[in-house]
Design a protein around this ligand. Structure first.
Ligand SMILES: *[C@@H]1O[C@H](CO)[C@@H](O)[C@H](O)[C@H]1NC(C)=O
Ligand SMILES: *[C@@H]1O[C@H](CO)[C@@H](O)[C@H](O)[C@H]1NC(C)=O
Ligand SMILES: *[C@@H]1O[C@H](CO)[C@@H](O)[C@H](O)[C@H]1NC(C)=O
Ligand SMILES: *[C@@H]1O[C@H](CO)[C@@H](O)[C@H](O)[C@H]1NC(C)=O
Ligand SMILES: *[C@@H]1O[C@H](CO)[C@@H](O)[C@H](O)[C@H]1NC(C)=O
Ligand SMILES: *[C@@H]1O[C@H](CO)[C@@H](O)[C@H](O)[C@H]1NC(C)=O
Ligand SMILES: *[C@@H]1O[C@H](CO)[C@@H](O)[C@H](O)[C@H]1NC(C)=O
Ligand SMILES: *[C@@H]1O[C@H](CO)[C@@H](O)[C@H](O)[C@H]1NC(C)=O
Ligand SMILES: *[C@@H]1O[C@H](CO)[C@@H](O)[C@H](O)[C@H]1NC(C)=O
Ligand SMILES: *[C@@H]1O[C@H](CO)[C@@H](O)[C@H](O)[C@H]1NC(C)=O
Length: 387
């Protein structure tokens, strides 16, 4: 069975393992049940998971948390492995994956005939969060909800839509999953000779809240390199205590914090007001570039834009950056930048940088484009992400 206690180690600091481990997973129960056994394993980088195919005709296919019963784009897939009842165990096929990082890996059987195996709960995970929005329990529930809607007579597309709570954001043909709510984690951290207890908001896909050193690391981000409207690099992964040093190399830029849903407006939500460097004009002949620093306090994604609107709206031209964006999710830097470009300068209409994001009756963000609130329809093939 899926063991919570084993998985709780997930948020703790991982010691480097000396040698790779091997996990064995049965695909299909001995009695013909539609199961992976065990349902979840926790593996270190370099470990391997070998799937053993039992009778019936299963696959081991990679999906995503948001779409448990659909092949992830570019994901691995064993293909169908039909096994007859009389095939000796030693002759049954196997499929092995290597764990390359500590991100969760979501797996399903894509057999649809005669029943949809995934919709019957035939799913598996490596390194899934033990709790929170992206837990194994929620992943399995999403698969079962999908299966139940299918059985109730819905088409696969509408079954996926019926269980989906996605709302959307930019580009009429693209919807994005809602932001994953952070889970509050209390952890004892040991760095160098110091040990302390910290409580922080842990985000799915975000790095660990363990500083790399007591002083942290300095990440240099060039603002307006080569006289162009870019942050270089466009996104960085940083740990708490790290410093992001913005170095202004041209023109008259700024570094202002926004939100994913409202990329070109200064963050002003509840009591939180985003940071802002103010404008940093740089003359053409200087070699002494001004810098402006922020300290990273936790692993939450931080979204940033340049608020210069003269002569062009820099943000709408894509001059944005991200810190600790979850690059394995659809809310990655590229989506954020696409959303910024989609504003097409419409935020210029606001009198200040303090516009807050509108929300619809479900609390989902609504993009205002040219004064028209648009909540884009649900994307096909997207299964539940219950929050
Ligand atoms: C079939 O096997 C699975 C695990 O392999 C087990 O969970 C389930 O209870 C078994 N069902 C029956 C009817 O024996
Ligand atoms: C296995 O399942 C796939 C998909 O349903 C089907 O195309 C294939 O013919 C099956 N193979 C056997 C040997 O039943
Ligand atoms: C690990 O990396 C290898 C080589 O790039 C790739 O073939 C394999 O699919 C990756 N494993 C997973 C689980 O993505
Ligand atoms: C919207 O997204 C689709 C699918 O990713 C893409 O082909 C299209 O170019 C996008 N349109 C805009 C305006 O970004
Ligand atoms: C700036 O120009 C240099 C040399 O042409 C190039 O190597 C570098 O990648 C450019 N940087 C950006 C952010 O375009
Ligand atoms: C920099 O840009 C701001 C906003 O457009 C403007 O108010 C300010 O005068 C500019 N500074 C310089 C030195 O051009
Ligand atoms: C600085 O460079 C920009 C772009 O090359 C140019 O438009 C501007 O006139 C220059 N300003 C001065 C004072 O040389
Ligand atoms: C930003 O941090 C760097 C590295 O610690 C430091 O050299 C620089 O002076 C800082 N800039 C400001 C404006 O404090
Ligand atoms: C980190 O915390 C400090 C002190 O509370 C605050 O000034 C700073 O703005 C925070 N950094 C970020 C990126 O929010
Ligand atoms: C952006 O605005 C300009 C001018 O208002 C318009 O010509 C252009 O079509 C718009 N682009 C998009 C993608 O909406």
């Amino acid at each position: 069975m899926f063991s919570l206690t084993k998985l709780l180690g997930l948020s703790a600091v991982l010691p480097a393992l000396a040698s790779a481990a091997m996990f064995d997973v049965q695909v299909g129960g001995a009695n013909g049940s539609l199961t992976f056994e065990p349902e979840a394993v926790y593996a270190a980088v370099g470990d391997q998971v070998t799937f053993h195919f039992n009778p019936k005709n299963h696959t081991v296919s990679q999906s995503s948390f948001a779409s448990p019963c659909a092949l992830k784009e570019g994901g691995f897939d064993s293909g169908f492995e039909p096994v007859t009842d009389d095939l000796a165990e030693s002759e049954r096929p196997t499929y092995t994956i290597t764990v390359n990082d500590t991100n969760p890996i979501w797996v399903y059987c894509r057999q649809k005939s005669p029943a949809n195996h995934c919709g019957k709960g035939m799913i598996f995970a490596v390194n899934c969060p033990a709790e929170g929005a992206n837990s194994f329990t929620n992943f399995k529930q999403a698969a079962l909800d999908f299966g139940a809607a299918l059985e109730a007579g819905a088409s696969a597309t509408s079954a996926a839509a019926a269980t989906a709570t996605w709302t959307a954001a930019f580009n009429a043909s693209v919807t994005l999953p809602p932001a994953v709510a952070p889970s509050v984690v209390t952890e004892t951290v040991t760095v160098e000779a110091s040990t302390w207890t910290t409580t922080y908001s842990s985000y799915y896909g975000s790095p660990k809240a363990t500083p790399v050193s007591l002083e942290g690391v300095v990440h240099k981000v060039i603002v307006g390199a080569n006289n162009s409207l870019v942050f270089d690099p466009p996104f960085v992964a940083a740990s708490p205590r790290d410093t992001i040093m913005f170095e202004f190399q041209s023109k008259n830029h700024s570094v202002v914090q926004s939100s994913f849903d409202n990329p070109c407006s200064k963050l002003a939500k509840d009591d939180v007001s985003g940071f802002s460097s103010g404008f940093m004009p740089v003359s053409n002949d200087t070699t002494e570039f001004p810098t402006w620093n922020i300290t990273v306090n936790d692993t939450a994604p931080i979204w940033v834009y340049c608020s210069q609107k003269t002569p062009a709206d820099h943000c709408a031209m894509g001059m944005v950056m991200a810190i600790n964006s979850d690059e394995s999710s659809q809310r990655d830097f590229a989506a954020f930048q696409a959303l910024a470009k989609q504003t097409n300068g419409t935020t210029a209409a606001s009198t200040s940088d303090t516009t807050t994001s509108d929300t619809d009756e479900n609390g989902a963000p609504v993009m205002r484009l040219g004064g028209v609130a648009t909540t884009v329809a649900l994307l096909m093939g997207v299964a539940a992400l219950a929050l």
